[in-house]
Design a protein around this ligand. Structure first.
Ligand SMILES: [Zn+2]
Length: 224
């Protein structure tokens, strides 16, 4: 089974919106004027298209996202549910799942990383405005995105070491070597390292705090 949010996850978020259950409390203070998020007001609902994988087919599913507005300066801030990463249509389990297999397995290529049980998730014929199947270059891009969560990783690492100062996490993070055929530039190597660090930190975070760095912590760190 390919990793993905389910249609039930997306419907559940829509239901929370309709029942007015989305609050701004977990958002960071306004980055422009520092007003605390509890004072944010609902500004708008925007419909968003997500791509989920159902029985190896990539399907569109829609739900709203809430935009809040800061009463101090008028800046608008989007609230993201746990299955969403800003500016991405695929859901977080899909993005992290495929990216993880590429950065964790030494011999993995992008062509192999899109495969699930010897086949590649594809778009149904009727709906095929994009590539017919999940593209290796898409995973390359996801890793670029996941490699940029530096602030989130630093904050999570601090919390982990406060909780367990003798944790082996620093050893695990230091032991990171990528085979040279996986990158041509130092910038790409840094993105691979950043992505793998995120994967390792998320694992430790899950087992230590029984929760994910997504979305609360990542939101507080501005998804950076
Ligand atoms: Zn503000």
């Amino acid at each position: 089974m390919p990793p993905t949010a389910t249609i039930e996850d997306i419907k559940a978020h829509q239901e929370r919106i309709e029942k007015d259950k989305i609050t701004p409390d977990n958002l960071p203070p306004c980055t422009r004027c520092n007003v605390e998020s509890e004072h944010f007001k609902i500004h708008a609902y925007r419909e968003r298209r997500f791509l989920i994988i159902i029985e190896m087919l990539i399907k569109a599913a829609y739900c709203s996202l809430v935009r809040f507005i800061c009463p101090g300066c008028g800046k608008t801030i989007t609230h993201y549910p746990d299955f969403a990463i800003p500016h991405k249509h695929y859901t977080r389990p899909t993005i992290t799942g495929f990216s993880t297999s590429y950065v964790e397995l030494e011999n993995m290529t992008y062509q192999q990383a899109v495969m699930v049980d010897n086949s590649v998730p594809g778009y149904p014929e009727s709906d095929s405005t994009e590539a017919p199947t999940l593209a290796p270059t898409t995973i390359h891009r996801w890793i670029t995105t996941l490699g940029r969560f530096n602030q989130t990783c630093r904050t999570a690492l601090t919390l982990l070491l406060q909780e367990n100062p003798t944790s082996s996490i620093c050893r695990d993070l230091a032991r990171m070597i990528f085979p040279q055929r996986k990158y041509k530039t130092d910038q790409r190597r840094k993105q691979l390292v950043g992505c793998r660090q995120l994967v390792i930190i998320e694992d430790f975070f899950q087992s230590t705090f029984n929760s994910s760095i997504f979305t609360k912590l990542a939101t507080r760190c501005g998804f950076g």
